[in-house]
Design a protein around this ligand. Structure first.
Ligand SMILES: C[S@@+](CC[C@H](N)C(=O)[O-])C[C@H]1O[C@@H](n2cnc3c(N)ncnc32)[C@H](O)[C@@H]1O
Length: 327
């Protein structure tokens, strides 16, 4: 597949009430705005063949799209941000990675063809509420039997109510707790995690996102049931105070000194050119890295994200953390 860039819905306009911080990050070629590829995408990738067709809706600058394309998947990446798509195109071209990009408003997007995996990470909550429900029906329909849908949603949480950033970004349109999960009752549940995640982006200090992450597999197909859920339990936990003392950018040694070594670690590796971590690195002002490693360090319900040796996020889990393995 050659690199293709399509522009549809010329009428793409940003809601004047939405002041997305990411537009600035997408325009800045010296930073990675959203960090490297997601852990659950790497888990699902173990079941996708290299030629699998993948659709990334609201791909942003394309950290997951680039990763899956680097594995040989035929990726179509869609976002309404011209700057995000331009950055993704430039990085893909310079790295010899092929993918198709589309600048479009997914509120009114028509999914053409069928896909083995359709994902939307941190996106549906910015759509108009009735339209996002309609989009879900279309996404389910356009996924092949045995294929995957991967969603990360920002959900209102009383203990951690929405931040200003989220209020200005249509947070009110988000799904209700468990609402998306119920829409997938007829599919095989691979992952359903509820947690609050703290992270930071260039120009945006540490903040939190109450999250529901849903990975579902469409019935049928020949890889059904090959992903097995393993609960992650560890006896060593930490206090809430210690957890809140962890800042972004700490080294592994800093974290050991602060809260000790984790009892359980999960790890993903992505080879070749990938988006790096979303912390500005003055020593290497570039959005990508050569090789990306993300480790999840478990301390009971607390999880520390370590990307290429530095803390890039942390999470407080409400559901039992699990690991997905391919049987
Ligand atoms: C929080 S960012 C997440 C980006 C990307 N999915 C990731 O995980 O790195 C949200 C993205 O959704 C895109 N977005 C929001 N509303 C959209 C719409 N109606 N149509 C297309 N993209 C949209 C934004 O442009 C932005 O890139």
């Amino acid at each position: 597949m050659a690199n293709v860039n399509v522009k549809v819905n010329i009428n793409v306009s940003l809601d004047p009430h939405v002041q997305p911080f990411w537009e600035k990050g997408y325009q800045d070629l010296s930073v990675s705005c959203m960090g490297g590829p997601s852990f659950e995408v790497a888990e699902v990738a173990t079941l996708l063949s290299p030629k699998s067709k993948v659709l990334d809706l609201g791909c942003g600058e394309g950290r997951n799209a680039l990763y899956l394309a680097s594995l040989g998947c035929q990726v179509t990446a869609v976002d309404r941000s011209e700057a995000g798509i331009r950055k993704l195109q430039m990085i893909a071209r310079n790295s010899g990675i092929q993918l198709k990009t589309i600048v479009a408003d997914i509120n009114s997007f028509n999914i053409e063809g069928e896909f083995d995996c359709i994902m939307a990470h941190g996106v549906l909550n910015y759509l108009d509420k009735p339209l996002s429900r309609k989009l879900i029906s279309q996404i389910k329909l356009k996924t092949r039997a045995g294929g995957f849908n991967i969603f990360t949603l920002y959900i209102y949480n009383e203990e951690f109510p929405c931040t200003n950033e989220m209020k200005t970004s249509h947070y009110r349109n988000s799904f209700l707790p468990n609402e998306l999960h119920l829409l997938y009752e007829d599919w095989h549940e691979v992952r359903y995690d509820k947690y609050v995640k703290w992270d930071s982006h260039p120009g945006i200090p540490m903040h939190y996102h109450p999250v529901e992450k849903l990975v579902s597999q469409k019935p049928g197909g020949d890889n059904i049931g090959r992903l097995v859920k393993i609960p992650i339990s560890c006896l060593n936990t930490i206090s809430n105070n210690l957890f809140h003392g962890i800042s972004m950018g700490l080294t592994e040694e800093d974290v050991y000194a602060l809260i000790g070594k984790p009892e359980v670690v999960d790890k993903m590796n992505a080879n070749g050119i990938q988006f790096g971590m979303s912390l500005y690195n003055p020593d290497r002002p570039h959005p990508t890295v050569e090789g990306y490693t993300l480790q999840l360090w478990y301390y009971g319900k607390y999880v520390v994200y370590v990307s290429n040796g530095l803390v890039s996020g942390k999470a407080l889990y409400y559901t039992q953390p699990i690991r997905i393995i391919c049987s």
